[in-house]
Design a binder for this molecule. Structure first.
Ligand SMILES: [Zn+2]
Length: 58
């Protein structure tokens, strides 16, 4: 029974990884488009402030 739960989690993680590999950042791009927020040109994530975390952090 526990094995089935672990297998399910592994399969879900694999699907998420494959989806990210095929279309990287598509989730954030879609989210930014839907909310109408300004998006980061670098990573495509919607910016909460004036700058994005990816540009600030070295
Ligand atoms: Zn960014």
């Amino acid at each position: 029974m526990v094995k089935a739960v672990i297998l399910f989690l592994v399969v879900m993680a694999a699907i998420a990884l494959i989806g990210n590999a095929i279309a990287p950042g598509s989730f954030w791009r879609r989210l930014g488009k839907a909310t109408g927020m300004r998006r980061c040109a670098r990573c495509g994530r919607p910016m909460l402030g004036k700058t994005c975390d990816c540009g600030n952090r070295p």
